[in-house]
Design a protein around this ligand. Structure first.
Ligand SMILES: [Fe+2]
Ligand SMILES: [Fe+2]
Length: 368
């Protein structure tokens, strides 16, 4: 029915006569709700605009058509996605939109945000070690982008916040890959030996995860957690301002990636308590990787070329590897401490009190 104040009244009348479906011209429930887009520091954020039906996140999604959450469904639309992640608890976290907005706001460019001119010729042993480490990290970053990338199209659009967050992570990892590649090639060293060790291919086991949370525990909590600690200690292994910038900017991104994993575990563990045992088993695996280097993702783990390269960088040369190893042990200790802290924040700290945690964790802290 045409109302007196409907601005589209004439078109609707005309369309009706011509047989067109013009229901899309009808007003939504939020029509006229003007948002204040200027008052807040940080600008207009996703969490500010999502209200009413647009903010309703279903516990289970039956959306297989790519319909944008909050839009009006229509019949007869073909299924475009057979999304395997259609249960909220499987992927949700409480601050997904905030994390995505932060990721977008804090993008940087390796071409212009790194003071490359501060890299001067280095002693051969230092340059070789720097290049070996950069080569290893490039491999790790490749996995860190590839694996979450596989999950993006598996997530229903109803959970668009974690979905878009994962897209931002893939961009971050591409940048990490490019910045370490540039570091390896910029100072006359070059890409060094690829990783091949008794611990297998870098990140191979992350790739085999069948469940999103399993993947997230392996990638965000275990792998990226260890890399984040190392990047945070980048000052100790940097020989110029460019390298300091690289480690600092990458750490900033990695802390977001780790936060995603922690917040997701926290949400899932609080909503689906019957999955807590399953999560504890993922943490068992993470701890085995942490103490033995079994995942092959931790550059500081023994037996890797990157481990020896780190000892050279931390010690200050081929002839100071023993001193470097001592500092490296401090890095390993901090990796364990920060892992324990993350698991506590995620709500699974009881494992450190009830004997579930890997006993070697404590041993590590005592020894180092
Ligand atoms: Fe990364
Ligand atoms: Fe990452």
């Amino acid at each position: 029915m045409v109302t007196a104040n409907d601005p589209f009244a004439t078109y609707k009348e005309y369309g009706k006569e011509q047989g067109y479906d013009l229901r899309w011209l009808e007003r939504r429930d939020v029509w006229g709700q003007q948002l204040d887009s200027t008052a807040k520091k940080g600008g207009l954020l996703l969490q500010d605009v999502d209200s009413g039906v647009a903010a309703e996140v279903p516990d289970e999604s039956r959306n297989l058509t790519g319909r944008t959450r909050g839009s009006i469904p229509r019949t007869g639309v073909p299924r475009v996605g057979n999304y395997s992640v259609r249960t909220k608890a499987d992927i949700w976290l409480r601050n997904g939109a905030e994390l995505y907005e932060e990721a977008v706001a804090r993008q940087w460019a390796s071409a212009t945000d790194i003071p490359w001119h501060t890299i001067k010729p280095l002693p051969d042993d230092i340059e070789r070690a720097e290049c070996q480490l950069a080569t290893f990290i490039t491999e790790v970053e490749f996995v860190a982008g590839d694996v979450p990338g596989k999950w993006i199209s598996a997530v229903t659009p109803d959970y668009y916040e974690p979905r878009m967050y994962l897209i931002s992570q893939v961009m971050d990892e591409a940048r990490h890959l490019d910045v370490f590649r540039k570091r390896a090639l910029v100072n006359g060293g070059g890409l060094m030996r690829r990783t091949g060790n008794t611990q297998g291919v870098v990140g191979g086991n992350i790739d085999s995860a069948r469940d999103f949370t399993e993947m997230s525990a392996r990638l965000h909590i275990s792998g990226e957690g260890s890399v984040l600690t190392l990047f945070r200690m980048g000052e100790l292994m940097a020989y110029n301002d460019a390298e300091k910038h690289i480690y600092r900017l990458c750490a900033q991104d990695e802390s977001r990636h780790v936060a995603f994993g922690v917040m997701h575990l926290q949400y899932l563990g609080s909503i689906e308590t019957d999955r807590r045992e399953e999560i504890q088993s993922y943490l068992d695996e993470a701890e085995r990787a942490l103490v033995t280097g079994a995942s092959g993702q931790n550059p500081a783990a023994r037996g890797l070329a990157s481990n020896a390269a780190l000892a050279v960088l931390l010690g200050g040369g081929d002839d100071k590897v023993d001193e470097g190893m001592k500092t490296l042990l401090a890095v390993r200790q901090r990796q364990v401490k920060e892992y324990v802290q993350r698991v506590r924040v995620a709500g699974f700290g009881e494992r450190f009190e009830n004997g579930r945690a890997n006993p070697m964790l404590e041993q590590y802290l005592k020894v180092y």
